[in-house]
Design a protein around this ligand. Structure first.
Ligand SMILES: *Cc1c(COP(=O)(O)O)cnc(C)c1O
Length: 427
């Protein structure tokens, strides 16, 4: 079926039928002066291109595949489900089982609703927050990504504390004006926004481990301050754990920080590689959602049974094999060897990591916690490293500001091989 195909010519075809040749922007290799690799199959830690070249995959579909591609247990569950039913559009036992597993495992998830993407989870949770508080404004942090929800495609504007400007065309000024933006890691700026807008802020949404603009690990005191100010001013606290949830540990950043948010969003890992998102938290807030309450939210394919099974089996396996601890250890070892290799070559590169996430960036004296602190040459350094690693058979996420993901399928041997290839690519 793929005989004689090559990525370059496929990309030319793709450019004719899809904007930029892709269905999500970062896949396009924009700024990397190379056609993106077209893949035809995947297995464990590996991707195979249409040219039959094998790559060690650190993108892992941007996070969902914590067990790697085609994990045998998940695969079996998916096959079984596909042979049983594809979608019901009615009540069924599969979403019930996953919902019961989550609510009984994570006490802060008193009630939840499944949707089909992280974006949809965020969009829905903001509606709940507005309904619950009778307020309109949402406060977000510069450098946090929450999907392509209109209100949250904003960046810091000029002038007043919290002022926002849209960061995408096609967003009405009116919608953008309902969002406030403040820097990460800055208690004083946060206080100033609350001072100016406290009674208007329905919710503060944060990636408690910002991992969509590099890896911007926050100080616990800062996260505590966010929570305290929310409590003080009657704003709801929303943890967007679409990327960190079930990645940094079973109970995500809620567990790591010991802070209990009012509402939480999940995506990525929760669907085990299938399109699933989820929002939930306090039962009194979730009871506002239709049909029990009057916040409307619906979905034809919501809680799709294939995703429900893939998610449940993924999470149960991770729990059974002590997956989070094992992955953290493996990743630390990998990151240490990368760093040692860069240091040995005298390169100004540094590797930050948290659990099974890692990010290669320019050397910095201090921990990078805000987007301003990211070294200015990040894109240039990355391009060379990325392209040479690619030639050697290592597929990093194709953007300088995306993190790498280590999966259960990345054994110590595979990681050692990858480290050697990445180090030899760096200059
Ligand atoms: C990926 C991501 C989203 C968006 O999820 P999609 O499934 O791509 O819509 C939202 N928030 C965070 C923190 C994410 O990492």
């Amino acid at each position: 079926m793929h005989e004689g195909m090559n990525s370059e010519s496929l990309f030319q075809r793709a450019l004719k039928v899809a904007p930029g040749g892709v269905h999500s922007p970062v896949r396009s290799f924009k700024g990397l002066d190379r056609a993106p690799v077209f893949f035809k199959s995947a297995q464990g830690a590996y991707l195979t291109s249409v040219e039959d070249k094998k790559y060690i995959d650190f993108c892992q579909s941007f996070g969902p595949l914590i067990l790697g591609h085609l994990d045998p247990e998940v695969k079996e569950a998916v096959h079984k489900m596909v042979d049983t039913a594809w979608t019901f559009g009615a009540t069924e036992i599969y979403s019930l089982e996953l919902a019961e597993w989550i609510t009984s495992t994570l006490p802060f998830m008193e009630k939840l609703r499944f949707v089909s993407s992280g974006t949809e989870a965020v969009m829905s949770v903001l509606r709940v927050a507005r309904a619950a508080t009778g307020r309109d404004k949402i406060l977000k942090f510069e450098g946090c990504y929450h999907g392509h929800v209109d209100n949250l495609l904003v960046k810091a504007g000029s002038g007043l504390a919290g002022a926002a400007a849209s960061s995408s065309a096609g967003i009405s000024a009116q919608v953008a004006s309902q969002t406030l933006v403040t820097p990460l890691d800055d208690e004083a700026a946060l206080e100033a926004v609350f001072q100016a807008h406290a009674s208007e802020i329905a919710a503060v949404i944060i990636e408690p481990l910002p991992a969509n603009y590099g890896l911007l690990v926050q100080r616990p005191e800062f996260l505590k301050k966010v929570a305290d100010l929310c409590k003080k001013h009657g704003s709801l606290l929303i943890y967007d754990e679409v990327i960190s949830g079930f990645r940094v540990g079973l109970d995500g950043m809620v567990g790591k920080t010991g802070i209990r948010p009012d509402l939480v969003t999940y995506g990525k890992i929760i669907g085990g590689g299938f399109p699933v998102g989820c929002y939930g938290g306090r039962a009194d807030l979730m009871n506002l959602v239709a049909p029990s309450g009057d916040v409307y939210q619906a979905g034809t394919l919501s809680a799709n049974p294939v995703g429900m099974r893939a998610g449940l089996v993924t999470l149960q396996k991770m729990q059974r094999v002590n997956g989070w601890n094992v992955l953290s250890e493996r990743t630390q070892k990998f990151v240490k060897s990368l760093q040692a290799g860069f240091d040995k070559k005298g390169l100004p590169l540094q590797v930050s990591s948290e659990a099974s996430l890692f990010w290669i960036h320019g050397k910095s004296d201090k921990t990078i916690r805000t987007i301003e602190q990211i070294p200015a040459n990040q894109g240039v350094n990355f391009k060379k490293l990325f392209l040479t690693s690619l030639d050697k058979g290592v597929y990093l996420a194709p953007n300088a500001y995306e993190v790498g993901f280590v999966s259960w399928a990345h054994t110590d041997e595979i990681l050692a091989e990858a480290a050697e290839k990445i180090i030899s690519s760096a200059e």
